[in-house]
Design a protein around this ligand. Structure first.
Ligand SMILES: C[S@@+](CC[C@H](N)C(=O)[O-])C[C@H]1O[C@@H](n2cnc3c(N)ncnc32)[C@H](O)[C@@H]1O
Length: 294
């Protein structure tokens, strides 16, 4: 039998605490830790044999079918943890691209991921939905965008584009110029900016809320989540007040919530990178999925 060493952080979450590390059979480890999002191969798992798993290993595993490992090594860049979106350098709206140049078919329904980080979450979706949907990632850290663009070029995807943009001020103009319908918007684990005086640095500000609700097509969806309750509540309070948005559990009983109204499962088929790191640490993810009324 193949065995895997699981660090205590993970063992606490998955199996209860049994000391600093524990051995579990691979078969057990695989089914318990990676659930339906698993894209691991047994060779990936075997490589981890007798090693401590880190959450970054899980990210690589979950995104392994993007085959980005070579580029990951090549494209490793030192990236600042946070930027201040209120600084002058981020106050200029992004230039609207020529949509015919960035998407093979710019009339397809569009998903926009606000604060897309590395972009791998969106690439995973784009790879699965060619000719069905276009994907636009907005990210304020330019180095991440540059790396994502290199990856996309390697993957020869024609339904995804990344833009260096302060989404708070650029989103509206971008989506209003897009020729097709806005079908899905996501804001996943946005930077928390904990201090009260820094809340104005959070990506979700009133004008952005309005632009999302106004521009979604009827039937279009909005998915928000955070591992920080305060941040999730901040987003929830702002979207709950719109009659035009219904939470998905009232429309679809197959999408259940907990007692507080947080969606139990990530409906996207893949976890985001921040989500993987947070769940590895034992955090709960607070999710809401809204649908705009017809
Ligand atoms: C905590 S990370 C989460 C990344 C990804 N969504 C995930 O769940 O793994 C938040 C991301 O939002 C980006 N961001 C923060 N403020 C932004 C803004 N105003 N416009 C665009 N991106 C922003 C950050 O640079 C960072 O990459």
């Amino acid at each position: 039998m193949n065995w895997c060493v699981v660090s205590m952080r993970m063992s606490k979450q998955m199996f209860g605490s049994f000391g600093s590390v524990m051995l579990v059979p691979f078969s057990c480890f695989r089914s318990l830790s990676f659930s339906s999002n698993s894209h691991f191969t047994s060779s990936h798992l075997q490589q981890q044999q007798h090693q401590h798993l880190r959450s970054s290993d899980l990210v690589s595993f979950e995104y392994s079918d993007l085959n980005l490992s070579y580029n990951l090594d090549q494209g490793h860049v030192r990236i600042r943890q946070h930027v201040n979106p209120l600084s002058a350098s981020f106050s200029v709206p992004a230039q609207v691209p020529d949509w015919n140049m960035v998407f093979a078919d710019p009339t397809l329904p569009l998903m926009v991921d606000i604060g897309c980080g590395s972009g791998r979450f969106l690439m995973w979706l784009a790879k699965r939905n060619p000719k069905v949907s276009n994907y636009l990632g907005l990210e304020i850290r330019q180095k991440l965008v540059k790396r994502a663009e290199l990856w996309v070029k390697d993957m020869t995807l024609d339904n995804i584009h990344f833009l260096f943009a302060n989404a708070t001020i650029s989103f509206k103009q971008l989506v209003e110029s897009y020729p097709g319908p806005l079908r899905l918007v996501s804001i996943l684990c946005p930077d928390p900016h904990f201090k009260k005086r820094h809340h104005k640095r959070r990506v979700l500000q009133k004008p952005l809320v309005g632009a999302i609700v106004d521009n979604l097509i009827p039937g279009g969806q909005l998915f928000v989540q955070s591992d920080v309750l305060e941040v999730a509540l901040d987003m929830r309070i702002q979207f709950d007040e719109f009659d035009a948005l219904k939470h998905i559990d009232t429309l679809n009983p197959a999408m259940p919530c907990d007692d507080e109204g947080w969606l139990l499962r990530n409906p996207m088929g893949i976890r985001t990178e921040r989500e993987i790191h947070a769940e590895f640490e034992g955090a709960k993810i607070y999710r809401r999925l809204y649908q705009k009324q017809m």
